[in-house]
Design a protein around this ligand. Structure first.
Ligand code: MN
Ligand code: MN
Length: 188
């Protein structure tokens, strides 16, 4: 875990100790286990710019459960596009009490963590292979330690997440296909 040396000069650099004693985990957005092709690739996932303060049970059980499920899809011949992030302010690293910021107010503790996973079969020309029946898994998790262990209980539609965040996700996909796949909630 280390500060990202490429941040512009003058920017505060969150470092390996910034979350110390906060109760929150240094929660990877891109998982270490997804970048094992080389030592530099794996090491890059430990830059603090890849982290958010994440409630430990959320990180180690629920979020990790989806990460493991995702890698399982990889070994079934799937090719995945994974987008993740966080929004809001205020999380809980223990069973009660909300923390809005850590590191002397320099790091916001998000209220929610989200992930969108587009599931394709292995292949090329990916954008043109996204259809109205493409599987999309979207979750929004509360950043609390009493989160349910099963990520599947937190599935929502991309449309819901777009309303929450103001983002237009999957924006390279043709609008007529976005409108169908973004309204679905995964049930597999
Ligand atoms: Mn994690
Ligand atoms: Mn969209």
């Amino acid at each position: 875990f280390r500060a990202n040396p490429r941040l512009p000069s003058g920017w505060y650099r969150v470092d390996n100790l910034s979350y110390s004693s906060s109760g929150f985990d240094r929660g990877h957005m891109c998982p270490s286990g997804d970048r094992t092709v080389s030592v530099p690739a794996n090491s890059s996932t430990f830059l603090m710019t890849n982290m958010v303060p994440q409630a430990p049970y959320n990180n180690q059980v629920t979020w990790a459960g989806l990460e493991n499920y995702t890698r399982g899809l990889m070994s079934q011949g799937k090719e995945l596009y994974v987008i993740s992030g966080a929004y809001g302010e205020g999380g809980s690293a223990v069973s009660s009490g909300i923390t809005n910021t850590i590191d002397n107010s320099r790091v916001t503790v998000p209220a929610k963590l989200w992930k969108v996973i587009v599931v394709l079969n292995n292949g090329s020309d990916d954008l043109n292979r996204v259809t109205t029946s493409t599987r999309v898994i979207t979750i929004v998790l509360p950043n609390i330690n009493t989160v349910n262990a099963d990520w599947k209980t937190y599935r929502v539609s991309v449309d819901f997440l777009e309303q929450e965040t103001g983002y237009d996700l999957l924006s390279n996909v043709p609008v007529n296909i976005q409108s169908i796949i973004e309204a679905q909630v995964d049930t597999l």
